[in-house]
Design a protein around this ligand. Sequence first.
Ligand code: C5P
Length: 204
Amino acid sequence: MMSPFTVAIDGPAAAGKGTISKEVAVHFDLAHLDTGLLYRAVGARMLRGEDPTAAAQTLVASDLENPELRTADVAQAASKVAVIPEVRAALLNFQRAFARRSGGAVLDGRDIGTVICPRAEVKLFVTASAEVRAQRRLSELQERGFDTDLETVLADVKARDDRDMTRADAPLRPAGDAVTIDTSELSIGEAVAQAIAAVKVRCD
Ligand code: C5P
């Protein structure tokens, strides 16, 4: 595969981006960055009382290892700090440098194909209905021992979608040249196979 080679994978919460991104990265031997973790790390520091912009400007690798980053509270905090243009600006260069590393990279998030890497060699938009996404997130949270229900998770997913899609700076939307994969009715294996096929078209 030519390098640098960037695969940009965007989409709403719990659509399957994370799994697809990891599998695509392994399949093509590319580095992977889950950019949501950066916003979650800033959100977690805001919940501890820090100014979000200052937190984004001083983020360090150990911030990304905080086990609380996967909680629902941190997810909501992440989508709140993500509307702040100064927070997004502070995280931009790191993401762009990662995207162009030699050997190639897969980045997943909300604005990778539109803002971070508008010239990515491959752009995928991974989506699914809000109900399917909420059900998947519920199973994931229950497996990790969180006590919650579908109604709460669906409301959380919709609140986050709304904030991500309506913000002025880098709203969630498919890039004009993105390949959309709707995973509502696909197994993980089928979704991954579609993503791998879409990448192959661009690198053969
Ligand atoms: O992908 P994940 O659910 O971990 O992202 C958490 C939040 O971070 C999203 O709801 C979104 O508000 C924000 N985010 C973003 N841009 C990205 C990745 C995540 O605004 N590239």
